[in-house]
Design a protein around this ligand. Structure first.
Ligand SMILES: [Fe+2]
Length: 166
């Protein structure tokens, strides 16, 4: 047996500097934590919603949590492609996220909708904040991913917000 069991990591040379890869991965880690937190809150509300809008909201929340669940994988795998470790624990997510955890007492149906509007808006702000680092590094794959996430979060915020308007 050799003295060292660890293999040396190969140098990553994809045309983005180590510093830029670290900055983008840090931003994507926040986006991953936000997305996971919003996923969990949306699924929680799918389970617990009550009232005359039950059918509409139960179904709408299912569509949204499914989309969010599917979104965490490409975000995490982009972090890996940039040479960094993807966060994946509740402790890490709670440190990294800009969203509040779901309330422990069940909100009324429209209060759930308002919480999700704020959540989608917060994730959109996080995604948007990563663009300067991404553009500086000409990181087109991350720019493409962020553009897709912004489209979804802004559209979801609009649809949910519409339920709160006359
Ligand atoms: Fe269900």
């Amino acid at each position: 047996m050799g003295k060292s069991s660890g293999k040396k990591a190969p140098v990553i040379d994809i045309g983005i500097s180590e510093k830029d890869r670290a900055a983008i991965a840090q931003g994507l880690s926040k986006l991953l934590a936000d997305t996971y937190t919003l996923y969990l809150t949306t699924h929680n509300f799918h389970w617990n919603v009550t009232g005359p809008m039950f059918n509409t909201l139960h179904t709408m929340f299912m569509v949204q949590y499914t989309e969010l669940w599917n979104a965490v994988d490409p975000i995490a795998e982009r972090i890996r492609s940039l040479g960094h470790v993807a966060p994946g624990s509740y402790a890490q997510f709670s440190r990294l996220t800009s969203l509040k955890d779901a309330p422990e007492t069940r909100p009324a149906a429209l209060e759930m909708v308002a919480i999700l509007v704020q959540g989608h808006e917060a994730v959109a702000r996080t995604a948007r904040s990563i663009f300067p680092a991404v553009q500086k590094a000409d990181d087109e794959p991350t720019a493409d991913l962020l553009t897709q996430r912004l489209t979804v979060h802004e559209q979801s915020a609009w649809m949910l917000r519409s339920l709160l308007e006359e």
